[in-house]
Design a protein around this ligand. Structure first.
Ligand code: F0G
Length: 361
Protein backbone atom coordinates (compact mmCIF):
# COMPACT_ATOMS: atom_id res chain seq x y z
CA UNK A 1 0.00 0.00 0.00
CA UNK A 2 0.93 3.66 0.14
CA UNK A 3 1.33 3.19 3.89
CA UNK A 4 3.03 5.87 5.92
CA UNK A 5 5.42 3.50 7.70
CA UNK A 6 7.92 3.37 4.85
CA UNK A 7 10.79 5.54 3.69
CA UNK A 8 10.33 9.29 3.80
CA UNK A 9 6.98 9.12 5.61
CA UNK A 10 8.47 7.21 8.50
CA UNK A 11 9.68 10.69 9.51
CA UNK A 12 6.21 12.27 9.28
CA UNK A 13 6.69 14.01 12.64
CA UNK A 14 9.32 16.15 10.95
CA UNK A 15 7.17 16.72 7.84
CA UNK A 16 4.21 19.02 7.14
CA UNK A 17 1.79 16.11 6.51
CA UNK A 18 1.36 12.51 7.64
CA UNK A 19 1.38 11.07 4.13
CA UNK A 20 2.19 12.27 0.66
CA UNK A 21 1.67 11.41 -2.97
CA UNK A 22 3.97 8.42 -2.69
CA UNK A 23 5.49 5.65 -4.82
CA UNK A 24 7.08 5.10 -2.10
CA UNK A 25 10.47 6.81 -1.75
CA UNK A 26 13.42 6.71 0.63
CA UNK A 27 14.85 3.69 2.50
CA UNK A 28 17.80 3.74 0.11
CA UNK A 29 20.85 1.57 0.76
CA UNK A 30 23.94 2.69 2.67
CA UNK A 31 26.57 0.62 0.90
CA UNK A 32 29.82 -0.57 2.39
CA UNK A 33 32.63 -0.22 -0.17
CA UNK A 34 35.67 -1.82 1.50
CA UNK A 35 38.02 -1.53 -1.49
CA UNK A 36 37.27 2.15 -2.04
CA UNK A 37 37.46 2.78 1.71
CA UNK A 38 40.94 1.24 1.71
CA UNK A 39 42.05 3.17 -1.37
CA UNK A 40 40.79 6.51 -0.03
CA UNK A 41 42.28 5.80 3.41
CA UNK A 42 39.60 6.73 5.92
CA UNK A 43 38.38 4.94 9.03
CA UNK A 44 34.97 4.22 7.49
CA UNK A 45 33.35 5.03 4.16
CA UNK A 46 29.74 4.38 3.19
CA UNK A 47 27.83 5.31 0.05
CA UNK A 48 24.24 6.53 0.48
CA UNK A 49 22.79 5.62 -2.91
CA UNK A 50 19.87 7.91 -3.64
CA UNK A 51 19.79 6.53 -7.18
CA UNK A 52 17.73 3.70 -5.68
CA UNK A 53 14.61 5.87 -5.33
CA UNK A 54 11.54 5.21 -7.55
CA UNK A 55 12.57 7.50 -10.41
CA UNK A 56 16.29 7.00 -9.77
CA UNK A 57 17.24 10.13 -7.83
CA UNK A 58 16.80 11.88 -4.47
CA UNK A 59 14.29 14.26 -6.06
CA UNK A 60 11.52 11.77 -5.23
CA UNK A 61 11.89 12.58 -1.52
CA UNK A 62 11.12 16.20 -2.23
CA UNK A 63 8.35 15.54 -4.73
CA UNK A 64 6.33 13.27 -2.45
CA UNK A 65 5.98 16.26 -0.10
CA UNK A 66 5.84 19.03 -2.71
CA UNK A 67 3.12 17.39 -4.80
CA UNK A 68 1.15 16.66 -1.62
CA UNK A 69 1.23 20.38 -0.82
CA UNK A 70 0.11 21.22 -4.36
CA UNK A 71 -2.85 18.86 -3.89
CA UNK A 72 -3.71 20.59 -0.61
CA UNK A 73 -3.66 23.93 -2.41
CA UNK A 74 -5.90 22.56 -5.15
CA UNK A 75 -3.36 23.39 -7.83
CA UNK A 76 -3.94 21.78 -11.24
CA UNK A 77 -0.61 22.36 -12.98
CA UNK A 78 2.96 21.88 -11.76
CA UNK A 79 6.17 23.18 -13.29
CA UNK A 80 9.92 23.08 -12.88
CA UNK A 81 13.16 23.94 -14.60
CA UNK A 82 15.55 21.03 -14.57
CA UNK A 83 18.88 19.54 -15.49
CA UNK A 84 16.81 16.35 -15.78
CA UNK A 85 16.18 14.55 -12.52
CA UNK A 86 13.69 17.04 -11.12
CA UNK A 87 11.73 16.84 -14.36
CA UNK A 88 11.60 13.02 -14.18
CA UNK A 89 10.40 13.11 -10.56
CA UNK A 90 7.91 15.92 -11.19
CA UNK A 91 6.42 14.07 -14.16
CA UNK A 92 6.05 10.82 -12.20
CA UNK A 93 4.66 12.31 -9.00
CA UNK A 94 2.48 14.80 -10.87
CA UNK A 95 1.06 11.89 -12.84
CA UNK A 96 0.40 9.94 -9.68
CA UNK A 97 -1.31 12.98 -8.18
CA UNK A 98 -3.36 13.43 -11.37
CA UNK A 99 -1.93 16.85 -12.19
CA UNK A 100 -0.57 18.42 -15.37
CA UNK A 101 3.20 18.85 -15.49
CA UNK A 102 5.36 21.28 -17.44
CA UNK A 103 9.15 21.07 -17.49
CA UNK A 104 11.74 23.46 -18.94
CA UNK A 105 15.03 21.84 -19.91
CA UNK A 106 18.29 23.33 -21.23
CA UNK A 107 18.35 22.11 -24.86
CA UNK A 108 20.96 19.43 -25.55
CA UNK A 109 22.23 19.35 -21.96
CA UNK A 110 19.97 16.78 -20.31
CA UNK A 111 20.92 13.08 -20.09
CA UNK A 112 18.84 10.73 -22.23
CA UNK A 113 17.29 8.67 -19.43
CA UNK A 114 15.88 11.72 -17.72
CA UNK A 115 14.15 13.19 -20.79
CA UNK A 116 12.76 9.71 -21.53
CA UNK A 117 11.23 9.56 -18.04
CA UNK A 118 9.71 13.03 -18.22
CA UNK A 119 8.25 12.15 -21.61
CA UNK A 120 6.70 8.79 -20.71
CA UNK A 121 5.35 10.01 -17.37
CA UNK A 122 3.47 12.62 -19.35
CA UNK A 123 5.15 15.97 -18.82
CA UNK A 124 4.91 18.67 -21.42
CA UNK A 125 8.60 19.26 -22.19
CA UNK A 126 9.95 22.61 -23.36
CA UNK A 127 13.58 22.76 -24.49
CA UNK A 128 15.02 26.20 -23.86
CA UNK A 129 17.90 27.61 -25.86
CA UNK A 130 19.86 28.44 -22.72
CA UNK A 131 21.32 26.83 -19.61
CA UNK A 132 19.51 25.61 -16.49
CA UNK A 133 19.73 28.97 -14.76
CA UNK A 134 17.89 30.62 -17.67
CA UNK A 135 15.20 27.90 -17.48
CA UNK A 136 14.76 28.60 -13.77
CA UNK A 137 14.43 32.35 -14.41
CA UNK A 138 11.64 31.65 -16.92
CA UNK A 139 9.74 29.14 -14.80
CA UNK A 140 9.87 31.45 -11.78
CA UNK A 141 8.29 34.16 -13.91
CA UNK A 142 5.62 31.70 -15.12
CA UNK A 143 4.84 30.74 -11.52
CA UNK A 144 4.64 34.40 -10.52
CA UNK A 145 2.08 34.92 -13.31
CA UNK A 146 0.00 32.06 -11.92
CA UNK A 147 0.62 29.70 -14.82
CA UNK A 148 1.76 26.81 -12.62
CA UNK A 149 2.90 25.81 -9.13
CA UNK A 150 6.71 25.85 -8.86
CA UNK A 151 8.38 22.64 -7.72
CA UNK A 152 12.05 23.48 -7.95
CA UNK A 153 14.04 23.39 -4.71
CA UNK A 154 13.12 27.04 -4.18
CA UNK A 155 9.89 25.45 -2.97
CA UNK A 156 10.54 24.92 0.76
CA UNK A 157 8.33 21.82 0.94
CA UNK A 158 10.66 19.96 -1.45
CA UNK A 159 13.49 20.48 1.03
CA UNK A 160 11.36 19.18 3.90
CA UNK A 161 11.26 15.81 2.17
CA UNK A 162 14.97 15.90 1.35
CA UNK A 163 15.81 16.37 5.04
CA UNK A 164 15.06 12.67 5.46
CA UNK A 165 18.29 11.80 3.61
CA UNK A 166 20.15 13.10 6.66
CA UNK A 167 17.89 11.25 9.12
CA UNK A 168 18.37 7.95 7.28
CA UNK A 169 22.13 8.43 7.08
CA UNK A 170 22.40 8.95 10.84
CA UNK A 171 20.19 5.96 11.64
CA UNK A 172 21.74 3.56 9.14
CA UNK A 173 25.32 4.59 9.86
CA UNK A 174 24.78 4.25 13.59
CA UNK A 175 23.19 0.81 13.17
CA UNK A 176 26.13 -0.33 11.03
CA UNK A 177 29.06 1.30 12.85
CA UNK A 178 27.88 2.23 16.36
CA UNK A 179 28.61 5.93 15.94
CA UNK A 180 27.54 8.82 13.72
CA UNK A 181 29.57 9.84 10.65
CA UNK A 182 31.98 12.78 11.01
CA UNK A 183 31.32 14.06 7.52
CA UNK A 184 28.80 13.89 4.68
CA UNK A 185 30.18 14.66 1.22
CA UNK A 186 27.59 15.61 -1.39
CA UNK A 187 27.41 17.00 -4.91
CA UNK A 188 26.14 20.58 -5.14
CA UNK A 189 24.02 22.01 -7.94
CA UNK A 190 21.33 24.32 -6.59
CA UNK A 191 22.50 23.45 -3.04
CA UNK A 192 19.05 22.17 -2.08
CA UNK A 193 20.34 19.03 -0.37
CA UNK A 194 23.02 20.94 1.50
CA UNK A 195 20.35 23.29 2.86
CA UNK A 196 17.90 20.47 3.58
CA UNK A 197 20.40 18.33 5.48
CA UNK A 198 21.51 21.32 7.52
CA UNK A 199 17.89 22.16 8.43
CA UNK A 200 17.17 18.55 9.39
CA UNK A 201 20.24 18.34 11.62
CA UNK A 202 19.43 21.67 13.27
CA UNK A 203 15.96 20.38 14.07
CA UNK A 204 17.44 17.23 15.63
CA UNK A 205 19.74 19.38 17.78
CA UNK A 206 16.82 21.62 18.83
CA UNK A 207 14.78 18.53 19.74
CA UNK A 208 17.66 17.28 21.90
CA UNK A 209 18.11 14.18 19.73
CA UNK A 210 21.62 15.10 18.52
CA UNK A 211 24.48 17.01 20.14
CA UNK A 212 25.62 20.00 18.16
CA UNK A 213 29.15 18.56 17.91
CA UNK A 214 27.69 15.36 16.45
CA UNK A 215 26.34 17.13 13.36
CA UNK A 216 28.30 15.80 10.36
CA UNK A 217 30.53 18.28 8.54
CA UNK A 218 28.65 19.16 5.36
CA UNK A 219 31.11 19.04 2.51
CA UNK A 220 29.96 20.21 -0.92
CA UNK A 221 31.48 19.20 -4.24
CA UNK A 222 31.04 20.98 -7.56
CA UNK A 223 32.47 20.42 -11.02
CA UNK A 224 35.33 22.80 -11.84
CA UNK A 225 33.31 24.15 -14.78
CA UNK A 226 30.37 25.11 -12.54
CA UNK A 227 31.72 25.99 -9.11
CA UNK A 228 30.26 29.29 -7.82
CA UNK A 229 29.63 27.82 -4.34
CA UNK A 230 33.21 26.65 -4.02
CA UNK A 231 34.34 30.11 -5.07
CA UNK A 232 32.15 31.74 -2.39
CA UNK A 233 33.37 29.36 0.35
CA UNK A 234 37.02 29.80 -0.63
CA UNK A 235 36.73 33.59 -0.74
CA UNK A 236 34.69 33.73 2.48
CA UNK A 237 31.72 35.39 0.76
CA UNK A 238 28.18 35.09 2.07
CA UNK A 239 26.73 35.36 -1.41
CA UNK A 240 27.66 33.62 -4.62
CA UNK A 241 28.61 35.31 -7.86
CA UNK A 242 26.48 33.86 -10.67
CA UNK A 243 28.54 32.09 -13.36
CA UNK A 244 27.07 32.80 -16.80
CA UNK A 245 29.20 30.16 -18.57
CA UNK A 246 29.10 26.64 -17.12
CA UNK A 247 30.29 23.30 -18.47
CA UNK A 248 30.82 19.76 -17.18
CA UNK A 249 30.02 16.18 -18.18
CA UNK A 250 28.10 16.00 -14.89
CA UNK A 251 25.14 17.77 -16.53
CA UNK A 252 22.95 17.37 -13.42
CA UNK A 253 25.12 19.96 -11.63
CA UNK A 254 25.81 22.19 -14.64
CA UNK A 255 24.48 25.18 -12.68
CA UNK A 256 25.92 28.69 -12.35
CA UNK A 257 23.48 30.23 -9.87
CA UNK A 258 22.77 27.92 -6.93
CA UNK A 259 19.53 29.40 -5.64
CA UNK A 260 19.78 27.80 -2.19
CA UNK A 261 23.29 29.14 -1.57
CA UNK A 262 22.13 31.61 1.14
CA UNK A 263 20.92 28.64 3.20
CA UNK A 264 23.67 26.22 2.20
CA UNK A 265 26.73 28.41 2.85
CA UNK A 266 25.97 28.74 6.61
CA UNK A 267 25.35 24.98 6.66
CA UNK A 268 28.82 24.28 5.33
CA UNK A 269 30.50 26.87 7.58
CA UNK A 270 28.65 26.14 10.82
CA UNK A 271 29.19 22.39 10.62
CA UNK A 272 32.92 22.82 10.00
CA UNK A 273 32.63 21.50 6.46
CA UNK A 274 34.11 22.82 3.26
CA UNK A 275 33.57 22.90 -0.50
CA UNK A 276 35.82 21.62 -3.26
CA UNK A 277 35.79 21.54 -7.06
CA UNK A 278 36.73 18.48 -9.11
CA UNK A 279 37.62 18.04 -12.78
CA UNK A 280 35.61 15.98 -15.26
CA UNK A 281 38.39 13.31 -15.45
CA UNK A 282 38.31 13.04 -11.65
CA UNK A 283 34.52 12.58 -11.82
CA UNK A 284 34.91 9.85 -14.45
CA UNK A 285 37.54 8.03 -12.39
CA UNK A 286 35.29 8.08 -9.31
CA UNK A 287 32.32 6.88 -11.38
CA UNK A 288 34.40 3.91 -12.58
CA UNK A 289 35.68 3.25 -9.06
CA UNK A 290 32.12 3.03 -7.66
CA UNK A 291 30.92 0.94 -10.61
CA UNK A 292 33.76 -1.55 -10.10
CA UNK A 293 32.38 -2.17 -6.64
CA UNK A 294 28.85 -2.64 -8.03
CA UNK A 295 27.50 0.82 -7.30
CA UNK A 296 26.16 2.39 -10.51
CA UNK A 297 25.82 6.17 -10.42
CA UNK A 298 25.54 9.05 -12.85
CA UNK A 299 28.47 11.52 -13.21
CA UNK A 300 27.16 14.21 -10.83
CA UNK A 301 26.84 11.60 -8.11
CA UNK A 302 30.43 10.48 -8.53
CA UNK A 303 31.53 14.03 -7.82
CA UNK A 304 31.09 13.29 -4.11
CA UNK A 305 33.67 10.51 -4.10
CA UNK A 306 35.95 12.50 -6.41
CA UNK A 307 35.78 15.38 -3.92
CA UNK A 308 36.52 13.11 -0.97
CA UNK A 309 39.59 11.69 -2.73
CA UNK A 310 40.85 15.20 -3.41
CA UNK A 311 40.29 16.32 0.19
CA UNK A 312 42.12 13.22 1.47
CA UNK A 313 45.08 13.95 -0.82
CA UNK A 314 45.27 17.53 0.44
CA UNK A 315 44.91 16.37 4.06
CA UNK A 316 41.70 18.34 4.70
CA UNK A 317 40.02 15.02 5.49
CA UNK A 318 41.97 12.93 7.97
CA UNK A 319 42.59 9.16 7.84
CA UNK A 320 40.64 8.77 11.10
CA UNK A 321 37.36 10.11 9.69
CA UNK A 322 34.06 8.31 9.23
CA UNK A 323 32.59 9.55 5.96
CA UNK A 324 29.39 9.13 3.97
CA UNK A 325 29.38 10.05 0.29
CA UNK A 326 25.97 10.84 -1.15
CA UNK A 327 25.34 9.50 -4.63
CA UNK A 328 22.33 11.33 -5.96
CA UNK A 329 21.34 9.60 -9.21
CA UNK A 330 21.37 6.18 -10.88
CA UNK A 331 23.82 5.09 -13.60
CA UNK A 332 20.96 4.51 -16.09
CA UNK A 333 20.02 8.17 -15.99
CA UNK A 334 22.92 8.94 -18.30
CA UNK A 335 23.70 5.93 -20.53
CA UNK A 336 25.92 7.98 -22.84
CA UNK A 337 28.18 9.03 -19.97
CA UNK A 338 28.29 5.40 -18.81
CA UNK A 339 29.54 4.19 -22.21
CA UNK A 340 32.05 7.00 -22.32
CA UNK A 341 33.47 5.99 -18.93
CA UNK A 342 33.13 2.23 -19.36
CA UNK A 343 33.97 1.68 -23.01
CA UNK A 344 31.95 0.50 -26.01
CA UNK A 345 30.95 -3.14 -26.73
CA UNK A 346 33.26 -5.03 -29.14
CA UNK A 347 31.64 -6.39 -32.30
CA UNK A 348 32.54 -10.03 -33.13
CA UNK A 349 31.47 -12.46 -35.89
CA UNK A 350 28.75 -15.06 -35.20
CA UNK A 351 31.35 -17.87 -34.87
CA UNK A 352 32.91 -19.57 -31.81
CA UNK A 353 36.45 -19.79 -33.21
CA UNK A 354 36.36 -16.14 -34.19
CA UNK A 355 35.14 -15.20 -30.71
CA UNK A 356 37.92 -17.26 -29.07
CA UNK A 357 40.46 -15.65 -31.37
CA UNK A 358 39.06 -12.21 -30.55
CA UNK A 359 39.29 -12.91 -26.80
CA UNK A 360 42.92 -13.95 -27.21
CA UNK A 361 43.88 -10.60 -28.75
N1 F0G B 1 23.00 15.27 -8.19
C1 F0G B 1 22.05 15.04 -9.10
C2 F0G B 1 22.02 13.72 -9.76
C3 F0G B 1 21.12 16.06 -9.41
O1 F0G B 1 20.19 15.81 -10.32
C4 F0G B 1 21.22 17.30 -8.78
C5 F0G B 1 20.30 18.39 -9.10
C6 F0G B 1 22.23 17.48 -7.84
C7 F0G B 1 23.10 16.45 -7.56
C8 F0G B 1 22.39 18.75 -7.10
O2 F0G B 1 21.55 18.81 -6.02
O3 F0G B 1 20.56 21.05 -6.30
O4 F0G B 1 20.38 19.81 -4.16
O5 F0G B 1 22.55 20.75 -4.89
N2 F0G B 1 19.51 18.36 -10.07
C9 F0G B 1 18.49 19.38 -10.35
C10 F0G B 1 17.57 18.89 -11.45
C11 F0G B 1 19.03 20.72 -10.60
O6 F0G B 1 16.97 19.71 -12.15
O7 F0G B 1 17.41 17.69 -11.60
P1 F0G B 1 21.24 20.20 -5.29
Amino acid sequence: TDGPERGVWRYREALPFDLGVTLPEGDTPLHRVPRIEEAVGVDALRIKHEGMNPTGSFKDRGMTVGVRVAKELGVGALACASTGNTSAALAAYGGRGDMQTLVLLPAGKVAAGKVAQASLHGARILEVDGNFDACLDIVQALAARGEAYLLNSLNPFRLEGQKTIGFEILEEFYADYGAFPDRIVLPVGNAGNTSALYKGFRELVQAGALDVDEVPKLTGVQAEGAAPMVEAIEEGNDEIRRWEEVETRATAIRIGNPVNAPKAIPGIRNTGGTAVAVSDPEITAAQRHLAAEGVGVEPASAASLAGLKKLRRSGVVGDDERVVCLTTGHLLKDPDAAYEAGGEPEPVPNDVDAVVEHLGD
